[in-house]
Design a protein around this ligand. Structure first.
Ligand SMILES: [Zn+2]
Length: 489
């Protein structure tokens, strides 16, 4: 073994180790940023760049964070550089919310973790693992050490509640006297718990009933607080990371003008399938969709300052906004029809012939109604009629989808009643896909009724979503540039 002077270091499992040394792995951080810059200048597609960052670069720091005492300043600087890159890869302007970067792919985010958050999670997880170590010797040494620290802080023999109050980073009464402490794992745990506690309301908790220490975290599935117990100690890291992602999603949902699409598009993972692999997505669609979803598209009506003309450049409507261009401007009604038909054709192909005879956009014989449902499946033997209509509303939060669906059902109810009087069993359904590709979860029962197989349904949702993005992008670009964007077969 080499003997070290004070301040000298040797690398132990990637961590600078020694007496009074700065353990921040600056070399690792510099290297990550260098590779990130190289990734940026490479010829990879933007979704591949994000994937490379998440798979190869950020995990390098996660390992070092487990064993080192790391200064947050360096991590925050690195986070800021990475944020700039991700912003560029998603083609978002400065005013777009950064919360989308930290959300998972399923909810429409870039799934990039913040190094600062990873550091806090690593510290808490490490302390919890030490305190709940299955080896009794290790556990007793650690328990004695923490008791010692809390005893010094409170000047009395610490109770179990004192320990959980201390570790949670509360600063009330005698617990606020920690100033001047040398930085140790314990003080770092307090700070990390306090920081995370403010955001995801997690805290340490002593369970009297089972006589064990646990951590209270909000579960993302039930949205209720659950305790991670020593028996579930391996789940702590994942639970904390999930809670942090959930925090960013909630934050985005509170944004006054950028939340509308996200509230609907985050409900079903098919809406965001292209984020992880860019499947069925053109580059032009990628550069359009993120801006559009965060309402950062430069249209006349979106500019708040100044006295600029806010009218639609095509039809003169009072306010040129994205909902108007994609779903309201009559100038583009021809293209809406293509977008609508693209979704309709996918569904028609997937309905098995055994269900009945399929007719499209035609009046039902034997009735005097002029209504023409998009898809009608008639089974004359079983006296059954299934009507399905396709609609593409703008994602103006969830009520817009509910209204669109209810409107379709209401429209076809008189026709259904006529058929019921003739002895038919009639079902009316709607398939709702948002103009910015949000898949309505209420479409699921409709697909089952239409007899779409589970395996194909997975692909069909993705295709419908990508079709919608493609057509919406073409509508928008044609609106702005005046150049014809598509060819019809
Ligand atoms: Zn217009």
């Amino acid at each position: 073994m080499t003997s070290l002077e004070e301040g000298e270091v040797y690398q132990h499992l990637g961590t600078p180790t020694g007496v009074r040394v700065r353990q921040t792995p600056e070399d690792t951080i510099v290297e990550i940023l260098r590779y990130a810059a190289q990734t940026d200048s490479s010829l990879l597609a933007p979704w591949q760049k994000i994937n490379a960052l998440n798979t190869f670069l950020i995990p390098r720091i996660s390992f070092v964070l487990r064993g080192s005492s790391v200064a947050k300043v360096h991590l925050n600087k690195a986070d800021s550089t990475i944020r700039q890159l991700v912003r560029k890869w998603l083609d978002l302007p400065q005013r777009a919310s950064t919360d989308i970067f930290y959300n998972c792919h399923r909810q429409g985010g870039a799934n990039v973790p913040r190094m600062g958050d990873l550091c806090d999670v690593a510290v808490i997880t490490h302390t919890f693992r030490l305190l709940t170590c299955p080896d009794p010797t290790v556990r007793s040494i650690v328990e004695e050490a923490i008791r010692d620290v809390v005893r010094k802080c409170t000047s009395r023999a610490p109770s179990e509640q004192d320990i959980d109050t201390y570790l949670s980073g509360f600063l009330e009464a005698e617990f606020g006297r920690k100033g001047g402490d040398l930085s140790s794992l314990w003080s770092r745990t307090c700070n990390a718990s306090r920081r995370l506690g403010k955001r995801i309301s997690c805290r340490w908790k002593w369970c009297k009933e089972h006589q064990e220490l646990g951590i209270l975290v909000r579960c993302i599935k039930t949205l209720e607080h659950t305790i991670v117990t020593p028996t579930a100690r391996t789940l702590l890291e994942r639970t904390l990371k999930d809670a942090i992602r959930c925090h960013y999603a909630e934050k985005l949902k509170r944004k006054p003008d950028q939340d509308k699409v996200f509230q609907v598009s985050s409900k079903w993972d098919a809406s965001n399938h292209f984020l992880s692999g860019g499947k069925f997505t053109r580059f032009a669609d990628w550069w359009f969709i993120h801006r559009a979803r965060l309402n950062c598209i430069p249209l006349n009506g979106a500019i708040c300052h100044g006295n600029r003309d806010k009218r639609c450049r095509k039809c003169g409507y009072a306010k040129e906004t994205l909902p108007h261009v994609l779903c309201g401007c009559k100038h583009h009604s021809g293209v809406w029809c293509h977008r609508h038909n693209a979704i309709q054709n996918r569904l028609v192909k997937a309905i098995p012939p055994s269900l009945g005879k399929i007719t499209i956009n035609s009046a039902i014989p034997g009735t005097d109604s002029q209504l023409r449902p998009n898809i009608i499946v008639t089974n004359a033997e079983k006296k059954r009629v299934l009507m399905v209509d396709i609609t593409v509303p703008f994602e103006n939060r969830s009520p817009a989808f509910h209204e669109a669906r209810a409107w379709k059902v209401l429209t076809y109810t008189p026709l259904a009643n006529t058929l019921r009087a003739q002895g038919y069993k009639v079902q009316i359904h709607a398939v709702v896909v948002g103009a910015l590709s949000a898949w309505d979860p209420h479409n699921e029962p409709v697909l089952r009724t239409c007899g779409v197989g589970r395996r194909y349904a997975r692909l069909m949702r993705q295709l419908m979503v990508s079709d919608t993005i493609r057509w919406s992008r073409d509508i928008y670009t044609e609106h702005i540039t005046g150049h014809h964007q598509y060819q019809v077969e």
